[in-house]
Design a protein around this ligand. Structure first.
Ligand code: AMP
Length: 540
């Protein structure tokens, strides 16, 4: 057999050849909608490739992006990796100091940025002296007065022809770089190779994973700066699925407008996005066009959310699990034939899990001594993974060798596995609550609390407790127009969880702090409520 390297350029070349007219639709940062086909995207990516080379970008150089999901960001993905450089997507929601750390650590030579981030870039410039060029992702007509020192993206492209052949190089060349969110300690860089990216794209296009096809219209709500939008910008052109890129409009109204107007058949995002979108759908009494399946991951999707999307909207929910370090797809939840005959309750139990193992990766759970635990759906221990798209070490070997014996990557999550390959996340190792020598799953209490009709958001944290070591505190955001007391909340939980899992107190807040990637910011919550049980001994 031929031994051709697995290169990302092959994906866009194929989309051009076979799906040249299939659209990429963008809600622009400048306002309005932009649409063109894969052929145009490929042509412009080649022009950009030439522009990058003219600016001196060479094999292995890092090129940063501070950008929403849009067609120019898509072109940067393909142009940078196509010439053998590395597309470093930066999360603009991090603090400027953290972003500066990331840009400097990565050694970005160029940074492309959307209009939204003009002010941020002014803050970053003096902090990032190594960046040779800042490139504003717009045309001259939209150039703001003060940004004259930035290069203009459209002018860079206009100066180049599209006469360019993607070069061949080793499939192990790095293609993309994404930093972990770094809620504890400095963010760490994860480098994805051409090989890992292409194999991951093949895997997520399997029918029981995301299962994209040429008949699909895919809208990644998950940002292109969060683990490469879970691989969708690679998987969609691979099969010729139409893409809809929502730009900065991530609110319920903007998303629903695109879902309906573009007849989106597959979306992907974190649970909080769907909580907001669902609230909008309910308020406006809108039904989305079907079929629509949605991939939810990044944080636990509660059974209440899954149930509401399925029964109220007819949306097929596929709950998945992954990490920046794992590209991310490792598990995704679809049913097996045998589940068709089961009761709704039994199916709901299966559906609440994070899903079955994606072929191409292996999962196992281990105890504190590193011994493998049984795959019986009950035993829980630290989740470890290995496979074609799992991180071996961090960029610049930060932290040294991170793998356990046997080449396993330790995820820091606690999980169960069963004989069908279904995995259920019990908690993050650092969030699980250790009370009187036993473990309490914060996620499970949060999920049950979300089933209460007056609850819009919930978080459970463990707080130091004199007698038990730690005890759970339940933090609730009430749904607009609804009321519930702490006692009523506890009454709701009491029959649904073990007695000693019952939080010692319930507190109400207007908003639960979220991390830059939309997860509950538990470190912050633990700071806010530190000493709660010491200061309120009656609660404990
Ligand atoms: P990140 O690298 O920012 O994507 O974060 C990865 C972490 O998010 C994982 O280690 C999990 O703790 C959490 N996570 C991702 N997906 C899920 C899920 N479906 N359920 C529960 N936690 C999840």
């Amino acid at each position: 057999m031929m031994n051709q390297p697995l290169l990302i350029s092959a994906l866009i070349r194929h989309a051009d050849t076979c799906h040249g007219d299939t659209e990429i639709v963008t809600r622009l940062t400048e306002g309005g909608i932009h649409r063109y086909g894969y052929r145009d995207a490929h042509r412009r990516a080649r022009q950009l490739a030439r522009a990058l080379l003219r600016l001196g970008v060479a094999l292995g150089d890092r090129v940063g992006t501070l950008a929403w999901n849009n067609y120019r960001h898509f072109e940067i993905y393909y142009a940078t990796s196509g010439v053998g450089a590395i597309c470093h997507t930066i999360n603009p929601r991090l603090f400027p100091e953290q972003i500066a750390y990331i840009v400097n650590h990565a050694g970005d030579r160029l940074v492309f940025f959307d209009l939204t981030f003009g002010k941020l870039v002014e803050t970053l410039r003096p902090l990032c002296p190594g960046v040779e060029h800042w490139v504003l992702l717009t045309d001259r007509a939209h150039f703001p007065g003060g940004a004259s020192t930035a290069l203009c993206y459209e002018e860079l492209l206009a100066a180049e022809s599209d006469d360019y052949e993607w070069p061949a190089f080793s499939e192990e060349t790095a293609a993309a770089l994404c930093y972990t969110s770094g809620t504890t300690g400095n963010p760490k860089g994860v480098l994805y190779s051409h090989r890992s990216t292409v194999l991951h794209a093949y895997a997520i296009n399997l029918p029981d994973v995301m299962g994209l096809s040429a008949r699909d219209t895919a809208l990644p709500v998950v940002p292109m700066f969060h683990v490469n939008a879970w691989g969708l910008p690679y998987a969609a052109p691979m099969v010729g699925a139409k893409m809809v890129l929502p730009g900065p409009g991530l609110d319920g109204a903007s998303l629903c407008e695109l879902y309906a107007a573009e007849r989106v058949t597959i979306s992907a995002g974190v649970p909080t996005i769907w909580l907001n979108t669902l609230a909008h759908l309910r308020e406006k009494q809108i039904r989305l066009p079907l079929p629509h399946r949605t991939i939810i991951g990044g944080a636990a999707a509660s059974p209440a959310l899954i149930h509401a999307l399925e029964t109220e909207q007819g949306i097929e929910v596929r709950h998945g699990w992954g990490m920046t370090e794992t590209s991310p797809a490792c598990t995704i939840n679809t049913f097996l034939a045998k589940h068709a005959a089961q009761s709704t309750e039994a199916r709901d139990m299966v559906h609440a899990k994070q899903g079955r193992i994606v072929p191409g990766v292996e999962l196992r759970i281990v105890d504190d001594a590193g011994r493998e635990l049984p795959r019986d759906g009950t035993a829980f221990g630290e989740l470890q993974v290995r496979g074609h798209w799992i991180c071996r070490e961090y960029f610049k070997s930060e932290g040294g060798n991170i793998l356990r014996p046997g080449g396993w990557f330790a995820t820091g999550d606690v999980a169960t596995l069963d004989g069908d390959g279904y995995m259920r996340i019990v908690d993050r190792t650092k969030d699980i609550i250790k009370s009187g020598g036993e473990w309490i799953s914060s996620i499970e209490i949060e999920n049950i609390a979300l089933g209460h009709p007056a609850v819009a958001g919930s978080a459970v944290i463990g707080l130091p407790h004199e007698k038990w070591g730690e005890r759970p505190l339940l933090v609730i955001v009430k749904r607009a127009g609804h009321d519930v007391t702490a006692e009523q909340m506890l009454e709701f939980l009491r029959p649904r969880i073990a007695k000693w899992w019952l939080p010692d107190a319930v507190v109400f807040t207007d908003a639960i702090p979220l991390t830059g990637t939309g997860k509950v910011y538990k470190t912050k919550l633990r700071q806010i409520y530190a000493g709660y049980y010491t200061k309120n001994p009656e609660a404990a």
